[in-house]
Ligand binder design. Sequence first.
Ligand code: N01
Length: 535
Amino acid sequence: MSAETYDVIIVGAGFSGMYSLFKLTKASFRCKLIEAGSDFGGTWYWNTYPGARVDTPIPGYEFSLEDLWKEWTWPEMYPNGEDLRTYFNYVDRKLGLREHCLFNSTVKSAHWDDDLHMWDVKSEGVAGVYEARSRHVIFALGTSCEPYIPNIKGLNQFSGKPMHTARWPKEGLDTQGKRVGLIGTGASGVQIVQEVGPKADKLTVFHRTPNLAVPMRQRLLQAQDQTLAKSTYLDFHQRLRETFAGYSYDRNGRKTREDTDEQREAFYEEQWSLGGFRLLVGGYTDILSSKDANDLLYQFWRRKVSERIGDEKKRAILAPEIPPHPIGAKRISLEQNYWEVMSRDNVDLVDVNEEPIVEVTKNGIRTTKRKYELDVLVLATGFDAFTGSFFRIDIRGEEGRAIQEHWKDGVQSQFGLAIDKFPNLWFMYGPHTPGAFATMPVVAEIQGDWFLNTFEYLRREEITKFVAKTAAAEAYSKHVTDLAPPLLLQADSWYVGANVPGKRRQVYHYMGGMAAYIGELEEEARQAYPSFEKS
Ligand code: N01
């Protein structure tokens, strides 16, 4: 059988994959995009749980392509999953992407052929096995693609089937009047609480670590808001490439103790009332480097949140006196009425540190103290981020080297885009990029534009094999580790791989800021790619 041949195969149909597909096909590269789901959207295709909503405000969370933004309007400042899926369909209609895509097919393997300088890619899905060859492969898998399911005794016995938030049934799941159990209070768990708490007969939250959530300050967007935003759109989007975290606002340039107590309190209050990530992304510069600065911010957060939790016992669990971890070292969630819903009488809080889960039974959960009868069990337990989605695929580079073997002592990359010993293989929005410390579509566009320029250079120069030098990738990986602020490593979060038992703990994010990241990419291209071997 002669396999189809492409210049580029892209895996994943979220923001990153869609952007690369658009840019590369427009520049006459023959591309195929393969996606396990049945439609575009990536994270927003899979995460259809109740209350799913983005935490980046509009118009930062969209493509900055003129063909798209001029005509598009959003109903809310922080759109929900349904609105995002409608947006992805609009993007497809405008850009004509679908014809290049194979949906419902999961990539199982990608093997490098060092004689031909091509990748052999194999996927499997509803239409059977698909095989193709490609000069380049881009894995646009996102950071949080592979669900993490904790090893809890009896989990599979539960008669209602435990529901991971990222594998929510597409037909929906009615929680009205039901007894719902929830494990996990990260961003997904917070949203489940807000949505399900008021509907359920009883919501029992098996709680391990407080979420240091801050107010979202959601609001409806009027037509005039959006017209006004469009008049300054290009400046706005340019700014997203210049601020530290790719937001429209930036850190305030001061250390916490440089302000007096009164000035600091007034600043915290202002950021709190504006909402979003302002207290961190728009806050003092030393929040993640000074324990004292971090503690001061935590105590402000605790004062504000405590006012909103009616029940004293719940308050002690949700907003304890001693910080559970440095604030900001786990990804902060944005909440709308989390503390009020948690305070409701029909919402039970079980502190699993005091009352550990012993097992899941057919009808519920048994802890060391009692049994909880449940109709629905929700697992908002997060993801095996960054590497989980790679390790599920049989990826083999030079000399048949498997990615699992290559990364067994930690992820090593060049610019969070390329891997030594894996020629012509690329990834997007994965480890070693500004990732979760930045606005996702902005990173997707920066990387997608860099691919376009790089692939045009390779085409011009007739280079068919392009691979990161091992010494350069080692140096880049050390650079990423060195950039991480010390407090980041002190929380057991997915940021550092510490949420999955046994996973290697390391710095996965580039923390040098958006402008520095872009600068490094541009400099590499300007110098004709000194970090890569070419043949
Ligand atoms: O996952 P998480 P997530 N027993 O890893 C708990 C993005 N996102 O899906 O903290 C009891 O944050 C775990 O407890 P602990 C966003 O980037 C964005 O919520 O480890 N509990 C934690 O509470 C986000 O950061 C949006 O002690 C257990 C929870 O499960 C990322 O995705 C919405 C447990 C996991 O939290 C991941 O968020 C949703 C156990 N055995 C997601 N195992 C928005 O844009 C785990 N937990 C708003």
